[in-house]
Design a binder for this molecule. Sequence first.
Ligand code: NAD
Ligand code: ZN
Ligand code: ZN
Length: 369
Amino acid sequence: MMIVRGAVLREMGLPAPYASSRPLRVEEVELAPPGPGELLVRIRAAGLCHSDLSVIDGSRPRVMPMLLGHEATGEVIVSEAPGFAPGDVIACAFVPACGSCGPCAEGRPALCEPGATANTAGTLLSGTRRLTDVHHHLGVSGFADHAVISAHSAVKIDPSLPPEIAALFGCAVMTGVGAVVNTAQVRAGRSAVVFGLGGVGLSALLGAVLVGAHPIVAVDVVPAKLSLALDLGATAVVDARAADAVEQVRQATAGGADYAFETVGSARVLEQAYAATRRGGTTVTVGLPHPSQSFSVPAVSLVAEERTVKGSYVGSSIPSRDIPRYVALYRAGRLPVDRLLTATVGLDDLNQAFDDLAAGTSIRQVLLF
Ligand SMILES: NC(=O)c1ccc[n+]([C@@H]2O[C@H](COP(=O)([O-])OP(=O)(O)OC[C@H]3O[C@@H](n4cnc5c(N)ncnc54)[C@H](O)[C@@H]3O)[C@@H](O)[C@H]2O)c1
Ligand SMILES: [Zn+2]
Ligand SMILES: [Zn+2]
């Protein structure tokens, strides 16, 4: 057993601002050594994602108590798994992939069945917990100085990346770029619109620029994010607070986008994204709304307009294939994910930092050890 310091959530739905209600408590928690197929990792950095915020505010309910954080990078200290050795630097994927269930065999590890079961139960892939009396978050629990994870949650990466950049690949980049490259498979010259310009949406924008989509429209309610989107390669921006926002997107894409991406996590925005998609187009939903939300479309439009609505989880990625590719593209200057990083913070700053994420004043803040 070792003792780790980490940010534990014991109760969902405490009132904002979190700087006052302090839902995340920095606690000392016992961590058991890794079992077969597992790694002890010294966490170097972990990004703050809206999916963590959604557990805190109760819109993505999880088993409590839980040590949060799922977008992490670190160094292997102890390996009980083949293929990993002490000193390896890894990024974490937030769905462990067993490699042998039906979806894994079909090359769709984001849908790994034992992985989903473990994530729901708050355990590692093996079904066990290494944290005493606290659940693991998505097999990672990166808001702590050390973590035990399944080797099926780990991808080796270039050790020379700064940790605050490396962390981003595990969730924001893999999810956003993957939605464009894997889920939608957007080709050069096709039009795209991204609703929501957080870490995930801006990654989708970077992905759209990378594959040569044109035009590319970016939509958000925060003016500073619209300016950044223009800097990063959007050809037009639309303020979502405008009553005619959907009409503006349709005009900027000559009658509707070939591909629309929803990265807000709102069924109402998903309806707008669908309405902004052209005949024959594809609407990709990436955001994670509260489970009680539904969305509706005129059923006949799917048929007579040959439209597609697709869900995209973890960017439909194969992490061991995609993360090294995205890191190489970052190195080559083709995927400037460093532009997503707005601040580094410490364990004691997390509550305030989640207030900033909720307010839209930050993009990716990264907890740095
Ligand atoms: N599918 C997946 O695998 C996956 C992975 C990670 C995150 N997510 C989900 O993706 C969503 C985005 O995550 P994030 O970390 O980028 O969040 P974020 O909070 O950083 O970004 C959300 C953005 O949406 C904007 N926004 C709010 N209301 C809007 C509106 N009405 N119209 C347009 N924009 C609006 C905000 O200003 C913000 O810029 C969340 O729902 C998160 O849970 C999904
Ligand atoms: Zn995430
Ligand atoms: Zn599997």
